[in-house]
Design a protein around this ligand. Structure first.
Ligand SMILES: C[S@@+](CC[C@H](N)C(=O)[O-])C[C@H]1O[C@@H](n2cnc3c(N)ncnc32)[C@H](O)[C@@H]1O
Ligand code: SF4
Ligand code: SF4
Ligand code: SF4
Length: 397
């Protein structure tokens, strides 16, 4: 994951975990990744990949704050150093700055665009504002219209927070209305550090950290997931793809889920900042999780070195007793370590804050997942679950 404009952004979403990262680099006026670093990274990154397919993920801050010239250069370097490998690009954007030119570029170069949108207008605008507090929904919709006009492949990335978690039905119907058939979402769970002003905090369980008010509550999260699942399972299996549901089915099948939060290990979500500093994960851009600088160490040393391996394994090795004895460990894997800060009855402070919600969800989907697994094992379509719905519901009661 690359941060070509650092944490710089044209918006100011209230829950954003990345905006405050500019404070890590106070000395830098403009957080723009230089041309020389772009070339160096491209060459090393492609060479460090063992597979034939190489993916570049452009992230931020807001990556469209860099101009098209920058991304044309990026493609030039990718072609120069590809050495027969297949290169793909995806970009995560707030979509408010998209133009015909941007969309023509995405189409021409086959980029996948992730659009951040939290649901219908009142839901989206609740936390996603401009820097003067102005709403952003209409701009995002215009961006989506442009993407559609140019037939660019895009998908939605939503956050689930304490507000929109209350509207699962509106949320689902909205994405169907805008014909978005691939929906990704992530729960907002942030803590405010008590001793460093308002900096969103690293997962230091020794210090008391206050939960940020926009965080989704565990019960809300569980209810949201169950309600969304019920809407999807009724008529859209095989038509609408919801990343968490697909990933859950993958875990039920015993295959890699493709979603780090419920995978066994971490370690594949490294980030390079605008100045060449690499961190273990986009959600761990804190000084303690700095792996080094690309000018001092190689990508291989940093991303495949002992520190990153330890970071990856810690997810499993530091599970609290409750997780290790949980019937849904295979599906949940204790979820993201960032969210593990609840104290258990035996004094362990590493319980996942969202556990209650996940347990409710896994219980709820269990019979459907069992059925879909059986269908897949017999080379039949998991969407057959829609015909079996009534029987499963009866058995479930
Ligand atoms: C940090 S933004 C950077 C890219 C771009 N500016 C955008 O909004 O898509 C990447 C994604 O993180 C999401 N996000 C922001 N703050 C979050 C938080 N506290 N927890 C979970 N996701 C968050 C955003 O909604 C967005 O989908
Ligand atoms: S648009 Fe993206 S980077 Fe900017 S404030 Fe919102 S979530 Fe953060
Ligand atoms: S720390 Fe969380 S976000 Fe980062 S790789 Fe692990 S599960 Fe994914
Ligand atoms: S559901 Fe709760 S106890 Fe079970 S693995 Fe997940 S976080 Fe741990």
């Amino acid at each position: 994951m690359l941060k070509p404009a650092g944490s710089t952004c044209n918006l100011a979403c209230e829950y954003c975990y990345y905006l405050q990262k500019k404070e890590l680099y106070n000395e830098s006026r403009q957080q723009f990744l230089s041309d020389a670093l772009l070339e160096k990274f491209t060459e090393e990154y492609i060479a460090s990949q063992t597979s034939q397919e190489v993916l570049f993920t452009w992230h931020g801050g807001e990556p469209t704050l860099r101009n098209l010239q920058f991304y044309k250069k990026a493609i030039e370097y990718q072609n120069k150093y590809a050495r027969g490998k297949m290169i793909d690009n995806c970009i995560q954007t707030n979509a408010s700055l998209l133009t015909d030119e941007w969309c023509a570029f995405f189409k021409k170069n086959n980029w996948l665009v992730g659009v951040s949108i939290d649901g219908p207008e009142h839901v989206h605008d609740y936390y996603r504002h401009g820097i003067h507090g102005e709403p952003t929904f209409q701009k995002v919709i215009s961006g989506i219209e442009l993407l559609n006009k140019h037939r660019v492949q895009w998908n939605a990335m939503a956050t689930i927070n304490n507000y929109n978690a209350n509207y699962p039905t509106e949320f689902y119907h909205f994405f169907k209305e805008i014909k978005c058939n691939y929906i990704q979402f992530t729960p907002v769970v942030e803590r405010l550090s008590t001793d460093e002003g308002n900096m969103l905090s690293a997962n230091n369980n020794e210090k008391p950290n206050e939960l940020a008010p926009f965080s989704v509550k565990p019960q809300q999260w569980g209810d949201f997931l169950c309600a969304l699942f019920d809407l999807w399972i009724k008529e859209d299996v095989g038509q609408v793809f919801i990343q968490l549901f697909d990933a859950t089915l993958a875990n039920w099948m015993g295959v890699t889920p493709g979603l780090c939060s419920i995978d066994v290990r971490c370690g594949h979500a490294g980030v390079m900042e605008f100045n060449g500093v690499i961190y273990s994960c986009d959600h761990y851009v804190f000084p303690e999780y700095k792996l080094g600088n690309i000018y001092e160490k190689s990508i291989v040393e940093m991303m495949y070195g002992q520190r990153q391996l330890d970071f990856g394994r810690a997810k499993q090795e530091t599970l609290p007793e409750q997780c290790n004895s949980c019937e849904f460990l295979f599906a949940c894997n204790g979820e993201c370590p960032k969210n593990r800060f609840i104290e258990t009855s035996n004094g362990d402070k590493r319980m996942n804050y969202l556990c209650e919600g996940y347990k409710k969800f896994f219980h709820h989907v269990s019979p459907y997942m069992d059925f879909m697994k059986k269908e897949l094992m017999n080379q039949r379509a998991p969407s057959n679950v829609m015909n079996e719905l009534e029987r499963i519901k009866r058995e479930n009661i």
